[in-house]
Design a protein around this ligand. Structure first.
Ligand code: ARG
Length: 600
């Protein structure tokens, strides 16, 4: 279905053209004065300069032309987009518009029947890689990983919904120093293990030598030790180096670390309703690295600088000086950037995506600028391939500092989720309308919505304050408020059915009051908002939209007594309208990554 804004713009374009003005002046936007009009066109102001006329004269002429067009449409038994009295030219040259109520109602009826509620798919199966999550194996997931997972999941869902072939890759940090630290700590704790017996030549055991809770204890202990004990740190570095160069017993331990951690990570991401198509990591890039280094040298792009191998990435027009990308350290070790380049080579070979989207903390901005530029310079990706880094801000506590536990430690994701669920549970039990069991299940659904919406409703690049009380509130711009609105609609619909009403009866009639028309106009914007949220990688726009849509629904609900309405055609129309509202809201929260409960 065409976007309502495009339909309006088309009318405006033909009116401008009909008066002999260039159609490019006919841009229509949502009104910033909703008290005066719904949409507006400011093009007469710009046209005035080009045509050396007064803006108000142009606006007046265009409005006359629009009126003429609407009369013609009526003559042909079409519903005109505007009514005569709702088009006006006002000083100094604005064109103010209100949409014909019947036209909006027709649009609602069409949306209701169209696949995906009339969404115009912008994708046609093009492959897009989304790199998010980015957990580091064997280290506990902490709130810092939350944003990447939540934003990435939303982008992946949005893209798939719009017809792209999205491939979500968790891209685990599975090749770093943490592995050497764990190996050495394990040696200190259990020296009798075969992995540490240099004379051992047999197969290594299938069973891991630790459980997840032991592993959770081993890593922080080792990392603490490395800070205090230089010799231990060196051992860990050597072990890491040996692992990376194929040392068999260490490789076997690495596999155990991977399998134990992966099971845990899958559980944790599952609890967040975050999913990946690929569970790859930095280790998968390693086979590509020697060829990559060689190639960069052969192409004359990489050169030695202070013992390291680097590639210049500065370009004319850069606003600040950008340092070269280091692809090999002076001790011969590969780096984060090298492994990201290796991963790109693999992804090109496997998927040749049209677009890459990486979602990490914004402090990694320079890293991605370097990686993208090297990849393009060396021709690993086509010049037209889009490479986007979404750098997000920090999640802060109420004190404005990075979010911590009460005793100042790093808050683990699991605990954070448990805290939220507990708080939501308390809120639900205050009302005492549901059983404890139901309240627990509902609290999980609502808690996840509170967490995800609290994050996604902020522009990604900004820092935000994690305020538990605000996030779980049933009022204001929160996840629970959106769910509350959906649940309210569900409850009206089920009471309507209890009264013997049928949802599929009637048709959506022209709105009977202002709040009903406002609701319709919000529903009509769904198509353009979903598209923009993906194209601009801006989930917060979708949140803002469903917040305003929920407000519009709640005012409409306040103004009308749906279940008591005696005019049955009107009642059936309202039932259809609120069903459509529910569908739009549910579709949007689905792409944001959460669901609604039956009651709350
Ligand atoms: N593991 C990294 C971290 O914790 C994030 C990985 C992001 N993705 C990437 N392709 N570099 O910072």
């Amino acid at each position: 279905m065409k976007k309502i804004l495009d339909l309006i713009t088309e009318k405006m374009e033909s009116a401008f053209a009909g008066c002999g003005y260039d159609a490019s002046y006919a841009k229509v936007v949502l009104s910033n004065r909703p008290d005066l009009c719904e949409y507006q066109c400011n093009g007469a102001m710009a046209a005035a300069k080009a045509y050396k006329k007064k803006p108000i004269d142009i606006a007046g002429q265009v409005v006359e032309q629009l009126k003429e067009q609407c009369r013609q449409a009526e003559g042909q038994h079409q519903t005109p987009v505007f009514l005569d009295e709702d088009m006006s030219a006002v000083m100094p040259g604005f064109i103010n518009l209100k949409v014909n109520p019947q036209f909006v109602a027709d649009y609602m009826n069409e949306m209701e029947k169209a696949p995906k509620l009339g969404l115009e798919e912008t994708g046609h199966g093009e492959t897009v890689i989304v790199d998010y999550g980015g957990a580091n194996v064997a280290k506990p997931l902490h709130v810092g990983h939350l944003r990447s997972a939540v934003i990435g999941e939303c982008i992946r869902r949005l893209g798939n919904f719009l017809g792209y072939h999205m491939i979500g890759d968790v891209h685990l940090g599975d090749w770093g120093l943490q592995m050497g630290l764990i190996i050495e700590e394990l040696r200190d704790r259990k020296p009798e293990l075969v992995y540490f017996d240099e004379t051992y030549t047999g197969e290594y055991p299938e069973e891991p030598p630790f459980t997840i809770s032991e592993l959770e204890d081993i890593y922080p202990a080792a990392s603490g030790k490395a800070k205090a004990d230089e010799a231990f740190k060196e051992r860990a570095q050597t072990a890491t180096f040996q692992l990376q160069n194929g040392c068999a017993p260490y490789r076997a331990i690495w596999k155990h670390i991977m399998s134990v951690s992966l099971a845990d990570l899958k559980k944790n991401y599952g609890n967040l309703d975050v999913h990946f198509d690929l569970w790859k990591g930095e280790s998968d890039a390693q086979p590509y690295i020697p060829g990559l280094i060689q190639d960069l040298q052969d192409k004359g792009l990489a050169y030695e600088s202070q013992g390291a191998l680097v590639v210049d990435i500065a370009q004319p027009g850069d606003s600040k000086e950008l340092p070269p990308c280091i692809v090999r350290k002076s001790d011969g070790a590969a780096l984060y950037a090298t492994s990201d380049l290796g991963t790109i080579i693999e992804r090109e070979k496997d998927f040749a995506p049209v677009k890459y989207i990486y979602i990490t903390d914004k402090r990694q901005e320079l890293h991605f600028t370097q990686v993208f530029r090297v990849a393009k310079k060396a021709g690993y990706v086509k010049p037209e391939t889009e490479m986007i880094h979404i750098g997000f801000g920090t999640m802060n506590g109420r004190d404005g500092k990075p979010f911590k536990t009460r005793d100042g430690g790093v808050m683990r994701l699991e605990n954070l989720i448990a805290d939220i669920n507990e708080a939501v549970y308390g809120r639900i039990m205050e009302n005492r309308t549901v059983s404890e069991d139901e309240a627990r299940t509902t609290a999980q659904i609502v808690g996840l919505a509170a967490l995800k919406y609290g994050d996604l409703s902020n522009q990604a690049s900004k820092d935000y304050v994690f305020d538990l009380d605000r996030f779980i509130s049933f009022e204001g711009n929160t996840g629970p408020y959106i769910l509350y609105t959906i649940v309210r609609i569900k409850s009206i619909l089920s009471r309507y059915k209890e009264q013997g009403g049928k949802e599929e009866e009637g048709t959506i009639l022209s709105p009977s009051c202002d709040s009903e028309k406002t609701l319709m106009l919000y529903l009509a914007r769904y198509n353009e908002v979903v598209t923009a949220a993906f194209e601009e990688t801006a989930p917060h726009k979708l949140c803002q939209y469903i917040f305003e849509l929920s407000n519009a629904f709640n005012s409409f609900y306040h103004d009308n007594r749906i279940l008591a309405e005696e005019d049955k055609a009107r009642q059936a129309s309202w039932i259809r309208l609120i069903t459509l509202t529910k569908s739009v809201l549910e579709t949007c929260i689905q792409t944001l990554g959460f669901q609604s409960p039956e009651r709350m």
